[in-house]
Design a protein around this ligand. Structure first.
Ligand SMILES: C[C@H](O)[C@H](O)[C@H]1CNC2=NC(N)=NC(=O)C2=N1
Length: 125
């Protein structure tokens, strides 16, 4: 498919839908290069840490991602700290990754545009 991830929308997903195949992951992952695939208790997840210059901007970004999630009815784990937000996407119903997670990761990257700083600025270390 040539359509970029940010132009796609999530499809409703139940436990009957198969998780993303290795071939699908190989197609989609290069479109979100800054994301890591992690495994938590055997569940594959997409994770990225974004850096911000203060808590308020981190919270503003968190709320933008929350609004995207509500629109898509697909929800991430969000950890908001001073100067950073950790975003984790996976599909609860599948206990793993679905194309939806890659779509949401791409949308999350778009939401971060203009808000992030390139290096952590945490004065507390
Ligand atoms: C009914 C409702 O759409 C489902 O419970 C949705 C809600 N948000 C969700 N978010 C994520 N990440 N995975 C899901 O399986 C999921 N299911």
């Amino acid at each position: 498919m040539s359509c970029s991830l940010t132009e796609q929308t999530c499809i409703p997903c139940s436990g009957e839908v198969p998780p993303a195949s290795a071939a699908e992951i190989a197609e989609l992952k290069p479109q979100i290069p800054a994301w890591e695939i992690i495994s938590v208790d055997g569940v594959d997840q997409l994770q990225r840490i974004y850096d911000f210059s203060n808590f308020q901007t981190a919270l503003e970004f968190t709320n933008k991602v929350g609004a995207l999630a509500e629109t898509a009815q697909h929800h991430p784990a969000l950890l908001t700290e001073w100067g950073k937000v950790t975003v984790t996407w996976w599909t609860h119903a599948l206990h793993g990754l679905h194309r939806n997670d890659f779509i949401m990761a791409a949308q999350t990257d778009d939401a971060a545009q203009g808000l992030t700083v390139s290096a952590p600025a945490n004065p507390y270390g």
